[in-house]
Design a protein around this ligand. Structure first.
Ligand code: NAD
Ligand code: MG
Length: 344
């Protein structure tokens, strides 16, 4: 069983007299900065002088400095900028200002695990990764509710790395819910695998392939959209609430029988083998190298893939059909994320 930490395992005294420098003020950054501040921790924020987010930080009466100055002043330096820019910002702004005894804290293990960022041995390297989007982390904190998180220690130069991470998790509110011990390797590899095979890649390809199959067989695209995409939310909500078993309890017996007998025909032994291959490419570092290379070369292929996917018939049909359902509104969280995406 996984090791889980709770409220009594962490003590904010391990952050007393220390300054937490949060680099980045996006989805995770603003939530970490504000939750810790409200927990009585001294927080400063590091952002480039040109960053549009600077005004938001100042509106919260938090001090905002450049990433380099914030690193210099911080005892705990929290790297909450997009994963694909961490290597460059680490090299130019963070590394030159990292003195021995400081703690580097990440919310995802990608750059440390794949060695795009290699901190000096005299620095502690830890991870606290909350298991929800930043805006939810902040909202729930304000309601007095904690969000589960993962904890990992990669370097423990001070001998205090775990205590520092636990104090940080307490400040975020996460110890109220429980914090699960993992490693940078496990968190990084499972995170990539989940998003590639199920959450983003697998689900999108499953939806699109099923939609295309129906349309090519002569069914109307509008009907295919409802059956293969729209209704997915109802099913996922049930699974989220009570597991796959609860979803099966809620659907008709016909749907349940089709699930048992046809699901494994679609997701067959071939898919299992393919998943192993996808996992192997993650474990070997091939995927990470490919993605960082893509960024280094200006993201041409990535942007082409993005615009090609956006032109798929399912998107056009969906845009029209959603006008019939005005109650499907973009949440504040999604709108913020979409805007952040557009600005990048
Ligand atoms: P984000 O895109 O929402 O925010 C990025 C922030 O970094 C912004 O404030 C932006 O101004 C700043 N930034 C961008 N480029 C910069 C640069 N070159 N120099 C300095 N600042 C720069 O990012 P996020 O989604 O909060 O992700 C941050 C980290 O948290 C990542 O490691 C991610 O994997 C991890 N994480 C995110 C979530 C999530 O829900 N979004 C959940 C768990 C972990
Ligand atoms: Mg993830």
């Amino acid at each position: 069983m996984a090791k889980v930490y709770y409220e009594h395992d962490g003590d904010l005294k391990h952050l007393a007299g220390k300054t937490v420098a949060v680099i980045g003020y996006g989805s995770q950054g603003h939530a970490h900065a504000l939750n810790l501040r409200d927990s009585g921790v001294k927080v400063i924020v590091g952002l480039p002088p040109t960053s549009a987010s600077r005004a938001k930080v100042q509106a919260q009466k938090l001090e905002v400095l450049s990433p380099a100055e914030a690193t210099q002043r911080g005892d705990v330096v929290v790297v909450l900028i997009p994963d694909q820019v961490q290597q460059a910002v680490y090299k130019s702004d963070i590394a030159p200002n990292l003195a021995p005894g400081k703690t580097l804290l990440f919310a995802h293990g990608f750059n440390i695990h794949f060695k795009f960022v290699v901190p000096p041995p005299a620095v502690d390297v830890v991870m606290i990764a909350p298991k929800c989007p930043g805006h939810r982390l902040r909202e729930l904190f304000q309601e007095g509710i904690g969000v589960p998180a993962l904890l990992a220690v990669e370097q423990n130069a001070s001998g205090q790395a775990e205590q520092t991470a636990l104090a940080y998790a307490k400040g975020l509110g996460s110890l109220k819910a429980g914090v699960i011990r993992t490693t940078f390797k496990e968190e990084t590899e499972t995170d990539l695998f989940g998003e590639q095979t199920v959450l983003c890649g697998g689900v999108s390809a499953l939806i699109a392939t099923a939609f295309e199959t129906l349309v090519q067989a002569g069914y109307q695209p509008e009907i295919a959209y409802f059956e293969c995409l729209h209704e997915l939310k109802l099913i996922v909500d049930l699974i989220y609430q009570g597991g796959i078993k609860y979803m099966r309890y809620s659907v008709s017996d016909t749907a349940e029988y089709g699930d048992y007998t046809r699901g494994p025909v679609v997701i067959d032994a071939h898919v299992r083998e393919t998943m192993k291959k996808v996992l192997a490419d993650i474990q070997s570092g091939l995927f990470a190298k490919e993605w960082m290379g893509e960024n280094a070369q200006g993201r041409k292929r990535f942007l082409e893939l993005r615009s090609k996917a956006a032109e798929h018939q399912i998107e056009k049909v969906g845009t029209e059909l959603r006008k019939m359902m005005p109650w499907i509104q973009t949440s504040k969280e999604e709108a913020t994320a979409a805007q952040a995406q557009a600005r990048r």
